[in-house]
Design a protein around this ligand. Sequence first.
Ligand SMILES: Cc1cc2nc3c(=O)[nH]c(=O)nc-3n(C[C@H](O)[C@H](O)[C@H](O)COP(=O)(O)OP(=O)(O)OC[C@H]3O[C@@H](n4cnc5c(N)ncnc54)[C@H](O)[C@@H]3O)c2cc1C
Length: 433
Amino acid sequence: MTSRPTYDVAIIGGGASGLAAAVSAARTGRSVVIIERDVEIGLPILATGNGRCNLSNTDLDPARYRHPDIVRAVMGEHPEAELAAFFDSLGLMTCEIDGRLYPYSKRADSVREVLLIAALRAGAQTLTCAEVERATYDAGEGIWHLEVSKPAKPLPMPKKPHDFKALIRAQRKELRRAERVSETLSARRVVIACGGASERMAVLFHLPHIPEKPVLCPVACQPPDDRHVPLRPFALEQLDGLRVDCRLSLIRNGATMWSEDGEVLFRSYGISGIVVFDLSRRCSAGDIVEVDLFPAYGEDELTELFEARAAVFGNPARMAGTWFCGVLDSSLDAHIATLAEPIGHTCGTYAHLAKHLAFEVSGTTEHASAQVRRGGIPFDAVELPSLAIKPDIAPALSICGEALDMDADCGGFNLAWAWLSGIRAATLGSTTH
Ligand SMILES: Cc1cc2nc3c(=O)[nH]c(=O)nc-3n(C[C@H](O)[C@H](O)[C@H](O)COP(=O)(O)OP(=O)(O)OC[C@H]3O[C@@H](n4cnc5c(N)ncnc54)[C@H](O)[C@@H]3O)c2cc1C
């Protein structure tokens, strides 16, 4: 077993929040080490925003987060300005699309690169392929001792020239079969930045933990059971692959709980798309989701519009299943016609169904594609706004990012939390104890 010097700050996890924490801590002159279990630092950033990294939003409204009050306390009054200054300090140029912020290059690797360069330039060290196996606090010295397991030898590099993705795949394969050794690393403060799977860290540091579940993922649903319209399970198969711009509403016990406009992608198992990911943070089994295919029109207005159309195009009763030709996809046309069958093919019925296309939620699904996990270390274990763990639970320990019980809508809100919580954990944590 080898040993290293005592660092001022050891950061466990080199993703979005860990890198923001490393840059911030190292810039204050403290010695920093990032302990990352993957083969390179910052890899989660590369997958964000479909490789473009939607890194923040021009309006970081706390209501878009799971705990608005905590977001207000931690992210402060002007999080947009603070993040703009942070990105500027990294040399990262950004651009905006409908309020969403992206790197000007529209490439997530630009974001990873500037953060990594800034951390290294400020003096942070990195330890990759490394996992913390044990953590003990020496109260006399005021130091954490972290036993870290890592490959006994540097991983062999592939012989053929590889692009970055292939190189990462090859290195991960080598890492899985590498022989491992332990080394002890000491630090005056530890920052946990391990992302959405924080249960292992909770066990290592004896922290409370809320079980995690995936959110920001597709929703499984079917047309509500109706003895007059035996749609299940065929309806969604007919719609599979269809994308529509619509307003999505969540109805619980007859009341509308939430609505948002966006593009819905119908799948054979349910619905997907960014607006559905936002829905997945709010819905439960048994809820009704309504798709409004004509959000710009009220129901009466739409009925009138359909009546005018019927006068030219023909009556829905005579053209059921093809009446929406030129307006809606033929699969939706057929779906609405089936739903209208027991009620009657009138313009009023069609307008009502087109604005209230209902589906009953059975749960979230496709969890491997979920962008965020809900749950993690609860906020009652941390001090605000520093994100230091309360000293009666664990000393000299801070936490940031998705490891905490925080999640938010799509649109750059989750990464904004990762950056700012990382900055807080690195800069305020050490001043409180
Ligand atoms: C496909 C996808 C797309 C997304 N797109 C966006 C987007 O465009 N905009 C947005 O705002 N959000 C997006 N998100 C969410 C966003 O990526 C996360 O909210 C953010 O990365 C969380 O940052 P973090 O630092 O907490 O965790 P992560 O960035 O996940 O970093 C955690 C790091 O810790 C390491 N680690 C974990 N456990 C250990 C351990 N025991 N020891 C050492 N290291 C460990 C991991 O390997 C990882 O590198 C997306 C998520 C996904 C999955």
